[in-house]
Design a protein around this ligand. Sequence first.
Ligand SMILES: [Zn+2]
Length: 420
Amino acid sequence: MSPTRVPRRIISALVLFVCTGCGSPATPPSAGDDLNATVLRVQSALDGRGGRMGPSDIVVVGDRITGILPHGRGRGRVIDLGDATALPGLIDTHVHLGWHFNREGRTPSSDVEETAEEVVLYGAENGFATLQSGVTTVQSLGAPVDRELRDAFARGILPGPRVLTSLAAIGTWSGATPEDLRAVVRARHEEGADLIKIFASASIRVGGTPTLEQELLDAICGEASDLGLRTTVHAHGPESARRAAMAGCTTIEHGALLDRATLELLAERGLFYDPNIDLVLRNYFENEEKFLGVGGYTAEGFEQMRAAVPAALATFQEALTVPDLKIVFGTDALAGSHGRNAEELIYRVETGGQEAMDAVVSATSLAAESLGMAGEIGTLAVGMKADIIATRGDPSEQIGSLISPRFVMLDGRVVRNDGH
Ligand SMILES: [Zn+2]
């Protein structure tokens, strides 16, 4: 393998390692004089790993951060963001990018036929709203349309976030034997999925009981791991989450009804935990008439979701006290909540009691780690992708500052700049 074939992720991880080793918050400006450089001048910055920097010039060349210098030292095209705070673009580890209200204002159903063109444009609208709100990477869990959206946004013309997708999910409907399910995982990989999404419990609307036997979860997560794919598991109750942990899956989604023993097991086995405790539920209640009557959206189901609000909050508060539990940011954004993603973080801090800096980390470096992309995104450091947002206040002190950032950069391209 020639040096030019070394994956960029590995190269940037090495660059980051070297810089971390140099021990200086400011990097010598060898690249700072580059005429192609863009300099983001800010009053303060959060590195996404819990660190704060004072007045800084963040130097960007191409799609990478090439320097972080003291205020006024950067050379290049200066974008002065005044008293703003810069931080890595947010990473939402659980959205449904294509999910929208149809032309009758309802969640999609077979009553209203939609063309493929309509469906992809709704997804593009969702992607635009998401990116404008400061979320520069999403993991969509997932639908076939995600693949086209992912590839279109990646071409860099149509504004939308970096997308990772599971495409369609795997569950009881996918097969009855371990071999069936291994074959489905391989097929999903062939189709271009970035990860595998699994339903291992029923919906919270019907009690969240386990739906997949241990040997089936072992087969899915084992096959995915052999192919180098991560696995995210929809699991509300303790038993389904426990099985997923024993099967070596990567992340537990929702987990509204988990007990302390299960949360400790997740920490012990190194799983990530993505609780969705506010936005998805509140959005359902705000838009109840747009869902009621379609599929499993019944009046009883809505009662179950209302009952889940205090349960999910109590579980989250318990989770905060579990040592080494890796709680990541994810919203389960669906029709009605794209672009409102940060509201989940605000609830986690203001109602759930999470430290604001921890919430920022959960949506930046820790979320990147959960996606296997810690060497590329989620940290403001030399060598990382230039996915950068800037807010009017400091989100590590005022989490509400994350609502409507004044500046958004993705891959070194400015996609939002409201000025001072
Ligand atoms: Zn979901």
